[in-house]
Design a protein around this ligand. Sequence first.
Ligand SMILES: Cc1ncc(COP(=O)(O)O)c(C=O)c1O
Length: 405
Amino acid sequence: MSLSQIARSIKGSPTLALTEKARILREKGDPVIHLGGGEPKSRAPIEAIVAAANNLNSGEVRYCAADGIPELKAAIIRYMDEHYHRKFAPENIIASSGAKQSVMIALQAILNPQEEVIFPVPHWVSYPDMVKLCGGIPVPVLAEDGSFYPRIQDIEQRVGSYTKAVIINSPNNPSGAMYSEEFISDIVQFCEKRDLYLIMDDIYHRLIFDGKKPINCYDYAKDKSENSKLIVINGVSKQYAMTGFRIGWTAANKKLVEVMANIQGHQTGGPSVVLQKAGAAALNGIQSDVENLRVTLENNRNVMIDYLNSFEGVHVTKPDGTFYCFADFSNYEKDSTKLSNFLIDKVQVVTVPGIEFGMEGYLRLSYCGGIKDVREGIERMKWALDPNSPNELYIGDRKLVRDWS
Ligand SMILES: Cc1ncc(COP(=O)(O)O)c(C=O)c1O
């Protein structure tokens, strides 16, 4: 079959594929534990559900402007004021069908073929393929010390004449690392100085632990004008547990937002009005759901870290936020895809191979499910990987026997 070069250069989302695999196994009756997921299990805020239902009940669900309905834009403007202390005009904001689309259209708006986009490793699975979809070249950068915390020198060294943009995702999927204030300040100023776009993917910015406060990139920006190349992306998926509502947004200079709206207008049009109403209601509603989720995640993180620390041979860095932990399992198996498949096949625990995030030997484990899943999932993994484990393990009334060494 004749397919485009771009189509042939990208692969499907491994995380979506694993979620589908877990669903199929569950349907077959397998006792799957999904530690590969990327969505909180709590309910969406009630205000969001009511707003969506009201709009549906009206029976008049129509097209809207490509950049979103005024009601959602007003809620986003309020959010950006409250959490970033920046007063934006509606023309600085575009709502999209998830932060995923926000990142995608931002890249489409700024990239020419062969231009490079730098992002720290480990990185969200989608960045390399999104850049390739625009004809660009992804440049993943591992911190020189091998840690999850890049330094400005690491980025600086990779900037060349083809570099167009840097993407920063902190707190980070998959490591949970929240980059230091010093790094954020350095990268904002560096990008300004070098006239590079800086995309801040802040989708997890309030899901942080140990009393940490979100870092606001605008605090370090000197250029507050409409020439600023600072792009902030956020959404309701993670913090409001609204992944299926598909509402994200971008705040950027007016010209860029106009171009992004043109692109989105030809791709999908504005996001579904039903879901935009829900997004606006979540942003305007009582915010206790976000804090409740954050506290639950911090607790789950603590449980996961305790369990992993008792796992001899596994190295973990305590996540500062998100709902992921990126642990080094290379003492057991260097090929993370092989290891992830082994864990699904032998003990029905779903994890995501580190290679998908740019680091081999690691697995991404999510703690967005219940504590029971975290505890049982890691116990099963330990049983499967530790050669000194007892020969048998019961999952409910199902007996597993180790037939591997
Ligand atoms: C780092 C990062 N950015 C963006 C997204 C996309 O979020 P949304 O559900 O709003 O499309 C995700 C989702 O997993 C993510 O982890």
